[in-house]
Design a protein around this ligand. Structure first.
Ligand code: SF4
Length: 109
């Protein structure tokens, strides 16, 4: 068999496999998509975003999840955080953005 024909067939097979996987990923994204509480992203933006782990969490996103869920009460566990720049805005935000069931998780400094 001609080398060019073999390369053409191999390229065609890879193209079909790539397209099939792309379609599968699109379908999976549609059905397996997990909706995240938008407050987590907002609280994360207010954290220092050093991702140092000094708070005992895996990073700032993990800390933001814990704040929003009410699991993390003490904001000063975030060592690089500043009261005026980080903690006060987070407390105000959490006070004005309750859970879907109306429950307020307002952390403290
Ligand atoms: S200590 Fe603060 S800056 Fe460091 S990971 Fe935790 S929340 Fe982020």
């Amino acid at each position: 068999m001609d080398l060019w024909l073999i390369m053409l067939i191999a390229g065609g097979v890879l193209l079909v496999i790539g397209l099939a996987l792309g379609v599968l990923i699109c379908i999976a994204e549609k059905f397996l998509h997990v909706e995240e509480d938008p407050r987590i992203a907002e609280v994360e933006k207010m954290l220092p975003n050093v991702n140092c782990g000094a708070c005992g969490h895996a990073g700032c996103h993990d800390m933001a999840e814990a704040i929003v869920s009410g699991e993390q009460q003490k904001l000063s566990d975030c060592k690089p955080g500043k009261k005026d720049k980080n903690f006060d805005p987070i407390i105000e935000y959490m006070k004005s953005h309750p859970d879907k069931d109306g429950k307020v998780h307002a952390p403290t400094i």
